[in-house]
Design a protein around this ligand. Sequence first.
Ligand SMILES: *Cc1c(COP(=O)(O)O)cnc(C)c1O
Length: 406
Amino acid sequence: MGKETAVSGIVAANESSLFQTYARYPIALVKGEGSWLWDDQGNKYLDFMAGLAVTNLGHAPVKVKEKLKAQLDELWHVSNLFHIPGQEKAAALLTANTCADAVFFCNSGAEANEAAIKLARRYHQKVKGTGRYEVITFTQSFHGRTLATLTATGQDKVKEGFLPLPGGFKSVPLHDLPALEAAINNNTAAIMIEMVQAEGGVHPVEPEFLQAVTELCKKHGLLLIVDEVQTGMGRTGKLFAHEHYGIEPDIFTVAKGLGSGFPVGAMLGKGYLREAFTAGSHATTFGGTPIASSVIQATIETMIEDHVPQRAADAGEYLMAKLNESLGGHPFVKAIRGKGLLIGIECAEPVGELVLKGQSRGLLFVTAGPEVIRLLPNLYVTRQEIDQAVSIITELIHEHSAVQQA
Ligand SMILES: *Cc1c(COP(=O)(O)O)cnc(C)c1O
């Protein structure tokens, strides 16, 4: 042993064998069930971040766990050079429950967005024969950390030190229609948008703006790509957030909630895009393996059978009402917004300290930018758990303001 073993699971940065790419909270979580997590010291936490919108069914959901365990006894991995029955089933479940006709499975949100960008380019270049390649995205958007998806991301902080960035991306401010119109030219292939900018501060897109975006896409022959990596899988009160707006994207991407914690992603598209993604045009070793597919199937089946999106809608309404009741009009709170169980509380000052204080009181939540508290409980969260979380957050905000005034 070259390094001393820490008593708790917390390893100091200078002792760690990991690249220090994460500013980690001083907690090592070791067990989870439903809405609850336990650290290696035996402390219990109410989880209002759900692994950043991943464990939408709660920690260790029984049906998914059982299907995964059964699959572990059968077959873990085969190459996509073979037919994979479970992958076909997972895809059929997705197409039966969405406006999409075809699915490509991969392993993360960034990889799903890469597939979407590649499909858009290839559709224009191979099917339409136009040579279009540019993707327009929005300021404050977040689309991932690969070179292409960080370039697509409309936040400069993720780009620092990674020059040169790949070409073919442009960002315009969200809700600025003239800027969007001005950005479209003969090279534009697609517009990529989140239904709620999540990392960027929990900003739902305005329905009128989105309507205008779909009309621009139609008018100029552009593909509409919706990034549902965070908003998908029931999070906002519909299986996918674009359903709230009555639109049908050409392409949409999903990842976080799709595997209940198992790392999976998918890119979904309309039938007319099939001819762009032909054999050999795109691939990934681990996409839709038997294990991944079993988890995806069980997750979607549970969502449908248990009406999980509706649960999220109801719980979200309750959470929003409770927050408005106890924090609405408070001088520290500038806005409370969101959709379903993706809720942001925009505050008058940075809230990093409140996150840490919340942890010491047994509540886990995150931020979305420096001044927005982001709440993402699992979609089975109970009213009692919501009451508990709201009361802790309210306490934190009241105490913080009292200190500021003293
Ligand atoms: C998290 C996220 C991504 C990136 O997903 P990874 O699995 O981390 O690659 C992309 N888009 C949105 C909207 C996200 O929230």
